[in-house]
Design a protein around this ligand. Sequence first.
Ligand code: NDP
Ligand SMILES: O=C1O[C@H](COP(=O)(O)O)[C@@H](O)[C@H](O)[C@H]1O
Length: 496
Amino acid sequence: MSDIQTHLFVIFGASGDLARRKLLPALYRLMQSEEVARRCYVLGTARTDWTDEQFRENAREALRDKGYAEQEVSEWCTRNLYYQCLGEEGNDYEGLRRRIEQLERHRDLPGNRAFYLSLPPSIYRSAIEELGEVGLNASPGWTRLVVEKPFGYDLESARALNDHVHQYFSEDQVYRIDHYLGKETVQNLLAFRFGNAIFESIWSRNHIERVEITVSESLGVGGRGAYYDQSGQVRDMVQNHLTQLLTLTAMEPPTSMSATAIRQEKVKVLNAVQQPDPATDAVFGQYEAGTIDGESVPAYRDEPDIPDESITETFAALRLNVANWRWQGVPFYLRTGKRLSAKLTQIAVRFKGAPVSLFQESGQPCIPQNAGCEMRSNELLITLQPNEGFDLRFEVKAPGGSGKMELETQQLSFSYQDAFGPVPDAYETLLRDVILGDPTLFVRADEVEASWQLYAPLLEAESPVHAYEAGTWGPNEVERLLPQWTSTARTGPSAE
Ligand SMILES: NC(=O)C1=CN([C@@H]2O[C@H](COP(=O)(O)OP(=O)(O)OC[C@H]3O[C@@H](n4cnc5c(N)ncnc54)[C@H](OP(=O)(O)O)[C@@H]3O)[C@@H](O)[C@H]2O)C=CC1
Ligand SMILES: O=C1O[C@H](COP(=O)(O)O)[C@@H](O)[C@H](O)[C@H]1O
């Protein structure tokens, strides 16, 4: 990473969960490179009244929990970490500015600064304004602002937040996080689609019957009930992560791999997606108690901080139509939920069958429109997590047979883990890109607004929320959208 310039990485919310579990470990891993370690200093800030040493001790503990070597962790924390309290009210930005300038003098830093807002979303506006008011939106070097998700609550609030950000920062300074974009396998979608010409010619309504995007989790809402109940699955997962997967699957080839070219194509395809009709294109659910991996788990309404009468959806399934020349008429099904049967992020592409089937019981050819004409389709499963890899399913002749040709489905498989070993963490990729100044894997202002706009009818409607048992694949009503889903969990790193 030779292009890294010496800088200060400021984490707002440094005493919080995300900083502890994701940001500090990602920065630590990045700084395993001596070169990065010499060029990146971290300043944590929050209301908690810590000294530098107390912050370092907390960071050491967080990194020890991840199993990193004691001695190296300790040295890194001492050499690279600092802390500045923002005051009881969280508004001492003058104090923060003075500390930044003092550190830059002391460490002889050129004034490059990244500000990572790992704060409750309700604080984003004031933090951005305060940064601007004390002049921290500009510096002798570069200044970058990283904003965590959720970016807005709906279209109106996302627009207002964009306007607010742009009062103080220009768009090229802003890095909106969607951690799915940092996942190696999500980026690999671009490599798969645009590095392999054989798929391009079949990647359209001419050959594809439907696309299914599944992001299922076996976990519930855990300790995040207070946030989640105000949010629900459409805001928490569909508007951002599933929509990113949709755009990467459906976008046109960009003119280059530059951030501008890629983001341009993503916005174009997003603008072509028609708003779903809540009555016919969506099914929502909420989990009841059930069993997952042999363990009993409580109902959503019995989770901490969830009101007894909550009607927040923990499951959403949608049918979307991408109204452009490539995709018109190919349904994109999206499905996501908490406390489902398994953790699985997968894109299943189901191809159209052959025009005439030659392999019928009767021995007579038939066409799919005829009753009883059995036609199997080829399928491509792109598994993004866990057991990352691809499976291409096709028909082969089953051995033997008494004069009749019988077909059996088999698959060609590629496992990421087998080929390359463990997959790096998304936050490591994203933080590296922030400090390199590469915005490709971040969400542009118009993209985030287009995405909120798409789901506006769902967010405004009062749709029924159907109960489903934890440990299943969601409410039965989902069959109304699609009776049988193609997606299946891969069984292991070398899944067959
Ligand atoms: N945790 C996760 O897994 C994920 C989190 N996110 C997003 O990341 C952000 C942070 O989440 P998370 O770490 O879980 O939240 P936490 O509640 O654990 O942490 C919030 C942090 O913000 C600080 N803070 C709160 N109020 C103020 C204030 N008025 N002024 C200054 N600092 C303040 C808190 O410290 P103090 O009280 O000391 O001020 C704390 O360090 C949120 O936007 C969340 O949506 C996104 C994806 C996953
Ligand atoms: O952003 C979020 O993502 C997680 C799921 O992320 P993954 O990387 O484990 O797939 C989800 O649990 C959480 O509710 C949501 O806020």
